[in-house]
Design a protein around this ligand. Structure first.
Ligand SMILES: Cc1cc2nc3c(=O)[nH]c(=O)nc-3n(C[C@H](O)[C@H](O)[C@H](O)COP(=O)(O)OP(=O)(O)OC[C@H]3O[C@@H](n4cnc5c(N)ncnc54)[C@H](O)[C@@H]3O)c2cc1C
Length: 448
């Protein structure tokens, strides 16, 4: 849409999407109190992925780690992410995000949010404990309520709910290669308004809820359970590519191999590190349970008979993992069976007791599970997409010549993520690091 028509309003910063990236962008930009900032949100009733996430914040080199003697750094974190993803070309963006992560986590803590280091949250590919979580483990809903509360106290920010952005407004830009984004079109109460903006930030997440886009880019995932929100329809991708922006790693997603069959809840990713085993419907162990992150494990489960397997653990593993929002939800949903004896476990697996005993044989150096047992049938799910717009380390959206499209930024799930070309490269914490981290970077540059 061209800029020649009249405007219905004007702001300095228009943010598309009021989830993790959008709210953090607004909070940081609002440090400059002369800026007028508008966050246009499609629907807080339908929600954002950040609010249903576990709210685990990855950061390397925080005071929380130092307090318990953990030697970590942004560089070590970036190297772990890149080892998992293999996506060296994306190193500048990864390093920029890891560089701001400690300040971001400490800022959230200093704003009154109760944060602790998840020393009991081991994850494949993470060389030291670096997931930070809320004390009480309530998850991302609590985090987003807290950030919304902070935003309410900023006088220069308006949060406009039930107001989906439906397009960008641009004009030719002689100083740059192509065009300049100068505003957004917002649908509200049955009418479309044109809001002029000096800076437009795309923070509307990925496309996992858009069936045609997932069919185009993620058909290899089969028919996974979808565990994300309905608002992730990739709206911003078409507007930005229409202006010459590039897409990258569109075949990657944040998957989960821990989705409980017929419940849609998840079991804790820490279970395998506490001795839990996976047994398929043929009674076979088929993977080293500690070897893969939950996103990579989804692909392994997809290959099993019936695309499912039994996750089996015992009281020791239960005690180490039950205080998390996902285990509480799974237990409340009735998705876990308690089995007092090897015979009961064998019956639940439709195996004889000898075959069940063989299936429980621990891998070298691991613990033997002891009765009573707990069992949940798990399958694979898609939580969010990880491919998206090509950006530079400052969040500018780039065109095919790697030149910034003037006035246009992107972060979180709208931008290319940190998993690399496939879902196997997703490391726990990548999603919120991309979203809050790029919101922090973009917002800080606009607000200073
Ligand atoms: C079940 C689950 C668990 C997860 N756990 C974790 C975790 O523990 N740690 C982690 O790092 N990551 C986790 N993630 C991933 C993480 O939640 C996402 O990567 C992150 O929320 C992306 O942030 P975002 O700001 O891009 O998108 P969101 O937080 O989803 O916010 C996007 C917002 O944009 C709005 N929107 C969409 N289109 C428009 C439009 N056209 N106009 C206006 N508004 C629009 C949406 O309504 C939404 O409010 C999890 C995801 C899921 C689904």
């Amino acid at each position: 849409m061209s800029a020649g028509l009249p405007w219905d309003g004007e702001v300095d910063v228009a943010i598309v999407g009021g989830g993790a990236c959008g709210i953090m962008t607004a909070l940081r930009a609002a440090e400059r109190d002369d800026l007028v900032i508008a966050v246009f949100e499609k629907s807080t009733r339908e929600g954002c992925n950040a609010a249903i996430s576990s709210g685990s914040l990855g950061a390397g080199g925080t005071r929380f780690q130092r307090a318990v003697g953990i030697d970590d750094s942004p560089q070590r974190y970036a190297d772990d992410i890149l080892r998992a993803s293999g996506d060296e070309e994306w190193r500048p963006v990864v390093e920029a995000l890891c560089a701001v992560a400690p300040a971001l986590v400490e800022w959230v803590a200093d704003s009154g949010y109760p944060i602790e280091l998840g020393t009991d949250m081991p994850r494949a590919g993470m060389s030291v404990p670096r997931l930070h979580t809320d004390v009480g483990r309530q998850g991302g809903g609590r985090l987003m309520r807290h950030l919304h509360g902070l935003l309410d106290q900023r006088p220069g920010v308006v949060f406009v709910d039930e107001a989906p952005v439906v397009g960008l407004v641009s004009e030719p830009d002689r100083s740059a290669a192509g065009c300049r984004v100068v505003g957004v079109e917002v649908a509200q109460n049955g009418a479309v308004q044109r809001i002029r903006a000096t800076h437009v930030v795309l923070a509307s997440d990925g496309f996992a809820a858009h069936s045609a886009l997932t069919e185009e880019h993620l058909a290899h995932l089969g028919q996974p359970f979808y565990g994300g929100v309905a608002t992730s329809t990739g709206d911003a991708l078409a507007w930005a590519t229409g202006l010459g922006a590039q897409l990258r790693n569109m075949g990657a997603g944040l998957r989960s191999g821990l989705v409980v069959v017929d419940r849609g809840t998840r079991v804790s990713p820490a279970l395998p590190f506490n001795g839990a085993v996976l047994v398929n419907t043929a009674g076979e162990r088929f993977v080293d349970e500690e070897s893969k992150g939950y996103s990579g494990m989804a692909g392994v489960l997809q290959q099993q008979p019936g695309e499912r397997a039994a996750m089996i653990w015992d009281d020791t593993a239960m005690a180490a993992t039950r205080e998390s929002e996902m285990m509480r939800e799974t237990l409340a949903s009735g998705g876990v069976r308690d089995l007092a004896t090897p015979e009961e476990l064998a019956s639940a697996l439709s195996l004889d007791v000898e075959a069940t005993g063989r299936a429980l044989t621990p891998m070298p150096g691991r613990r033997q599970l002891m009765a009573p047992y707990h069992l949940a049938w798990v399958t694979h799910g898609l939580l969010t997409t990880q491919g998206g717009l090509v950006i530079d380390p400052a969040g500018h959206v780039l065109d095919s010549h790697a030149a910034p499209i003037a006035g246009l930024y992107a972060g979180g799930g709208t931008a290319c993520g940190l998993a690399g070309p496939t879902s196997d490269g997703y490391l726990s914490g990548n999603g919120l690091l991309s979203a809050l981290g790029m919101g922090w970077i973009i917002g800080t540059s606009l607000g200073s």
